[in-house]
Design a binder for this molecule. Structure first.
Ligand code: ASP
Ligand code: MG
Length: 403
């Protein structure tokens, strides 16, 4: 029989009533498949645990953090297994150390490297439904580790990989992936099929349905993912390889961010290596620079340089720039009221004129573009934050996503 992996997020198992519902969903799959379940902690639990650690100490030890925050999954998994057992279904909860799920890397941000299948396979063979704790693992010395916030998505993908599951279903509190944030635009439509590459862009550009790392894991391992709601019985979104998708739309989705800040250095002495001198200390301080533009200097002596960062990094960035003895500039200005709006679609690879259509649509709405960046399947523009909804709306119509 084929194996399917079902993953339930925090809100899906957020209460005892919800766990009852989820048990029914699991049951419905068990007729056709051998089911492996992964669960996140009940919603709110992980945050609560983290807050407690912060009250103990601002520098709560990383290995104790992992032991602490991984506890949330133990609760939800045992409740879920207990519910299935109460229905007369053979089930058992498994913490990562019992399997084991081996990780490598640092505490708090470990990565799953290997999953021992022996015990779980044995249990599947006798008709059992294993309920596996997401988010956690053990390192080679059997210390408990976790794999980063939202990591149970990644756990599910890796389990699907090692058990060669036919697919991985991510149950969450939204019906799937939308063309744009339905909270910003009510004509947003559920996407039927989306490629890993597009989904990666959407996820890292602010659409929060799945953790970006987990999509990368799925892409590398060619795992088909279905994202759907555990609250309503409706078809979700399939995330799969490009080849499986027939799509007549050029653009698949539009995303926006709301925590960008723009920094401009005016009158920077223009000489080779100047950009490196500006960005090196930022990168050493883990400040992620996103969009960059440098004006061509008219006199060959001075230039203006603009870049974007996350707004929570702004104060740190100002300090680093002001303390940087290797650069000289006339003035630094910044703007916290900017947002990045991006159109994403593999269709743009083969379709000319997409950039022009985007800029024209924005121009028609009198929206000024401040910075532009592009990749093979994405065009991003930085605009005034107050214009975001207007921009999304006009682009959504321009690229036929309303229908
Ligand atoms: N419970 C963990 C968290 O809240 C993992 C997850 O939800 O995926 O980050
Ligand atoms: Mg989650």
């Amino acid at each position: 029989m084929k194996i399917i992996v079902l993953k339930f997020g925090g809100t899906s198992v957020g209460s005892v009533e919800r766990i009852r519902k989820v048990a029914k969903i699991i049951r419905s799959y068990s007729i056709k498949y051998k089911v492996i379940v992964l669960s996140s902690a009940m919603s709110g639990t992980t945050n609560k645990l983290i807050n407690m650690s912060k009250k103990i100490s601002k520098n709560f030890a990383d290995h104790e953090y992992d032991t602490l925050v991984s506890a949330g999954e133990q609760i939800s998994c045992s409740l879920l297994a207990g519910q299935l057992l109460a229905h007369g279904i053979k089930s058992k909860s498994w913490m990562a150390w019992q399997i084991p799920i081996l990780t490598e890397g640092k505490h708090k941000y470990s990565r799953i490297k290997y999953i021992n299948k022996t015990k779980v396979l044995k249990f599947l063979k006798i008709g059992g439904i294993p309920i596996i704790a997401g988010f956690q693992g053990v390192d080679k010395d059997l210390n408990i580790t976790t794999i980063g916030r939202g990591g149970s998505d990644s756990s599910a993908i890796m389990v699907a990989k090692f058990f060669k599951a036919e697919r991985c279903v991510i149950y969450t509190d939204v019906e799937g992936v939308y063309t744009t944030d339905p909270n910003k635009l009510n004509s947003a439509k559920k996407i039927k099929n989306i490629s890993y590459e597009e989904m990666l862009e959407m996820a890292s550009l602010g659409s929060k349905v799945m953790q970006p790392q987990s999509i990368q894991d799925a892409r590398l391992n060619r795992i088909n993912i279905e994202v759907k709601s555990s609250f309503v019985k409706k078809k979700g979104t399939l995330i799969t390889k490009r080849k499986n998708i027939i799509n007549n739309k050029i653009i698949t989705g539009i995303s926006s961010t709301n925590n960008d800040a723009k920094v401009t250095l005016l009158g920077v002495k223009d000489r080779p290596g100047i950009a490196a001198s500006i960005f090196k200390p930022l990168s050493h301080n883990s400040i992620n620079v996103d969009m960059v533009v440098q004006n061509i200097s008219s006199d060959g002596k001075e230039t203006d340089l603009t870049f974007t960062i996350k707004s929570y990094d702004l104060n740190k960035t100002k300090k680093i720039i002001n303390n940087n003895k290797k650069i000289s500039f006339k003035k630094m200005i910044f703007d916290k009221n900017v947002s990045k709006v991006s159109i994403i679609g593999v269709g743009m690879v083969t379709t000319p004129g997409v950039t022009f259509r985007m800029f024209q649509a924005l121009a028609k709405k009198n929206i000024n573009i401040q910075v532009i960046s592009t990749s093979e399947i994405k065009i991003s523009v930085l605009i005034k934050r107050a214009n975001v909804v207007k921009a999304i709306k006009s682009l959504h119509t321009e690229f036929d996503l309303d229908k």
